[in-house]
Design a binder for this molecule. Structure first.
Ligand code: NAP
Length: 257
């Protein structure tokens, strides 16, 4: 329980979009690794489920309701985390939404919502949290990109945002490296969550069939679980990963999206 802290006090991690899916699994994994975890999501009530799971396993966590695309809410959330849990030195920018549509049918609001949550959200959260990392001369930032960054039909907005997050990650690595802060991105392939379930529903395919179809094209013959991504986050935020920065790891069960 104390790998995360070098002085005995636990380090504090923020995971956005942690009420469910990849974020919830990541929050639980980081708590197991010894971090006190701020479970941030749009709705504080929804975030409480993840907090209860962490506490039941003997960890420490705080539910925080905030919209990552709203600067005032982000600043208030990070200030509350710093005062109630301690200065955050790990940030996982995971909150995400889909507004898929073919380009000719994509509305301005489909575009804006996706850019605001993924790109502006990661920018605002990172800007608010980095000062604590710089003060501590230690920090770890992990951004959730996607294999869609390489291009995906029906996702002009999402693929642009996820590719943008890769450039953001590399720039953070360059700017913050001298303060002991690393920044890396994870680009998952198909992970079984509410997000992929909603895509299956929209396409009118039962989720089990959708999973089987995807698995048949993945070299390891299965789709991913949230825990697969949480494992990689755990590596990137570990003490020993301090020389790995500005990288994008495709976690997709094979080399291709
Ligand atoms: P998910 O199950 O849909 O969970 C996303 C969470 O983010 C939800 O709890 C959602 O809250 C929250 N959220 C949305 N907008 C927010 C905002 N403005 N502020 C704070 N929280 C917000 O998604 P997931 O599948 O776990 O995906 C997590 C991340 O991995 C996303 O960035 C996604 O793009 C990326 N990813 C996923 C896959 C995959 O196959 N699942 C693949 C590649 C990349 P609400 O429920 O209240 O909306």
């Amino acid at each position: 329980m104390s790998e995360a802290g070098t002085t005995g006090a636990p380090r504090v991690a923020i995971v956005t979009g942690a009420a469910r899916g990849i974020g919830a699994a990541t929050a639980q994994r980081l708590a197991q690794d010894g971090f006190a975890v701020a479970v941030l999501d749009l709705d504080e009530g929804q975030a409480k489920g993840t907090v209860e799971a962490i506490e039941a396993a003997g960890g420490r966590a705080l539910a925080i309701g905030a919209d990552v695309s709203d600067a005032e809410q982000v600043e208030a959330a990070v200030a509350r985390i710093a005062s109630e849990l301690g200065a955050p030195t790990v940030l996982v920018n995971n909150a995400g939404v889909l507004r898929d549509n073919m380009l000719f049918k994509m509305s301005e609001s489909d575009w804006d919502i996706v850019m605001n949550v993924h790109l502006k959200g990661a920018f605002l959260m990172t800007r608010a949290a980095q000062k604590h990392m710089i003060e501590a001369t230690w920090g770890r930032i992990v951004n959730l990109s996607s294999t869609s960054a390489l291009g995906n039909r029906g996702q002009a907005n999402y693929s642009t945002a996820k590719a943008g997050l890769q450039g953001f990650t590399k720039t953070l690595a360059i700017e913050l490296g001298k303060f002991g802060v690393t920044a890396n991105a994870i680009a998952p392939g198909f992970i079984e969550t509410e997000m992929t379930k909603a895509t299956a529903e929209r396409m009118g395919i039962p989720f089990d069939d959708f999973i089987k179809g995807a698995a048949s094209m993945i070299p390891v013959s299965r789709t991913g679980k949230p825990e697969d991504i949480a494992h990689l986050v755990s590596f990137f935020v570990s003490e020993g990963a301090g020389f790995v920065s500005g990288q994008v790891v495709y976690a997709a069960g094979g080399p291709k999206a």
